[in-house]
Design a protein around this ligand. Sequence first.
Ligand SMILES: [Zn+2]
Length: 131
Amino acid sequence: MARLHTLRSPLSILDTRTGKALAPVASEQDRKRRFDETRGSARQRGYDRDWEKLRDTVVIERGCRCEAAGCGTVVVLRKREATALTPVAHVDHIESIADRPDLRLERSNLRVLCEPCHNARTARDQGFARG
Ligand SMILES: [Zn+2]
């Protein structure tokens, strides 16, 4: 886990005042397009092209493994590639987008989960929310 942490920081470019984060591998063109797109309402929806790219990048950076305590299951990026032993990855917002929209593209607020761990977390959160 400590090793993953050291990999993360030099790669991320983040303006915490605007909440805009850029994927580390972006070309100049991608970067410009991303800025243009994130100005509008797309980013308020929570899941846009920025998110799709960041999600994939984060899963790969963290070694395609579930980060839930005691899990470590190997995950794949696409549902169509998933098997019983290698479930699809879900990138979870530790602080929800509703609570902290400014942390939506903040790597430190993201956690890679395998599908079973993600489903367990979602069920638990919804249970708390109802109570
Ligand atoms: Zn897991």
